[in-house]
Design a protein around this ligand. Structure first.
Ligand SMILES: NC(=O)c1ccc[n+]([C@@H]2O[C@H](COP(=O)([O-])OP(=O)(O)OC[C@H]3O[C@@H](n4cnc5c(N)ncnc54)[C@H](OP(=O)(O)O)[C@@H]3O)[C@@H](O)[C@H]2O)c1
Length: 314
């Protein structure tokens, strides 16, 4: 099969389109012919070799934790899906390889609703799984107020919508350019950075019941000031969280409970017109280097995704 891959760690320039052996699905897994593959900060971190897990990846490696595609092979013990179905989900890149390829094997998936484009579905998996896991951990109840720090990015933009759909009042941080974007997603926008508590107050928020740190930008002391309780805060990206008494939630594939319910719930909300996956930019797979560079630039509205239609052999 064709695949974007790298055989040494480094910047986006280490990526190249080549060939690789097509993966086969094991028990509980599906293989898809890939239509779209999202790119996330974790893909960039793994490619750079900066992370302990990245440095252990066998090379060459096919990056990409998110994918959507057409089912073409079904592993043992998988029910409720047929060859030809459209699905999206999350990959276990360390064990099964990533989604920047002609075929990919999914351990965690849900049916793609017709209301999600291929680009949206291809970018959805890990953001939906992560946001759902974090909202579940926070024990949110309808009527509570949640502050999302880093609300305009891939995970934040999804977390805002999923929380709003649960009847939560959401305050989201973003740079000023993204405030209208956050309003459209259903959040009251405030600017991130020092002085957050005062700006949240000035925005008319009476109290903050829970806080989700998506950005990992050092805001935990202010999130504790706002909520008054370490148990009311979850971080997805701040490795100093434990020193503040705050939970750091890592990926389902790193050992947390089944995340499939989140994918199904997001699909259902999409069919009801209450959820979308904001796409900042879509690149053809042969422009993988540009797509990874776009993720590295940081500030954005939603996700970066690669479309696999025009690769060689399609
Ligand atoms: N633990 C897990 O399971 C898990 C899973 C997925 C991702 N993550 C991590 O979560 C983080 C975010 O992922 P993502 O995909 O959402 O990234 P992303 O799409 O790059 O979005 C990051 C957002 O952070 C905002 N930001 C930048 N500087 C900030 C600051 N000083 N304070 C607050 N927000 C700031 C940006 O907002 P503006 O655009 O408005 O500037 C940007 O939209 C990454 O570190 C990623 O590795 C963890």
């Amino acid at each position: 099969m064709f695949a974007v891959q790298y055989d040494r760690f480094g910047g986006p320039e280490v990526l190249h389109l080549g060939t690789a052996e097509a993966p086969r699905p094991g028990a509980g897994q599906l293989r898809v012919r890939v239509r779209a593959a999202g790119i996330s900060p974790v893909d960039v971190a793994l490619r750079s070799g900066r992370t302990p897990m990245g440095a252990r990846l066998p090379l060459p490696h096919i990056p990409g934790v998110d994918v959507a595609g057409v089912v073409d092979e079904i592993g043992d013990g998988v029910d409720g899906v047929a060859v030809g179905d459209h699905v999206f989900g999350v990959l276990d890149v360390a064990k099964l390889g990533g989604g920047s390829a002609q075929f990919a094997v999914l351990p965690l998936w849900a049916h793609k609703p017709a209301t999600m484009s291929w680009a949206q579905a291809g970018a959805a998996g890990s953001s939906v799984e992560t946001a759902t896991r974090a909202l579940d951990l926070l024990g949110l109840q309808p009527g509570m107020t949640l502050l999302v720090d880093g609300a305009a990015g891939g995970v934040g933009s999804v977390a805002v919508q999923l929380a709003a759909a649960r009847g939560i009042q959401v305050v989201g941080t973003a740079r000023v350019d993204n405030h209208d974007f956050l309003r459209r997603l259903g959040a009251t926008p405030v600017t991130y950075g020092p002085g957050l508590a005062e700006r949240v107050d000035a925005a008319g928020t009476a109290r903050v019941d829970r806080a989700l740190d998506v950005a990992g930008a050092g805001s935990l002391p202010e999130l504790l000031q706002l909520t008054g309780d370490p148990a009311a805060v979850v971080s997805l990206a701040d490795f100093t969280a434990a020193a503040h008494g705050v939970r750091l939630s890592m990926g389902r594939l790193a050992g947390e409970p089944d995340g499939r319910h989140g994918l199904r719930a997001a699909a259902e909300l999409s069919t009801e017109g209450r959820f979308t996956v904001p796409i900042e930019a879509a690149f053809p797979i042969r422009e993988a280097t540009d797509a990874h560079a776009a993720v590295e630039r940081g500030s954005r509205r939603g996700k970066i995704v690669m479309i696999v239609d025009d690769a060689p052999g399609t």
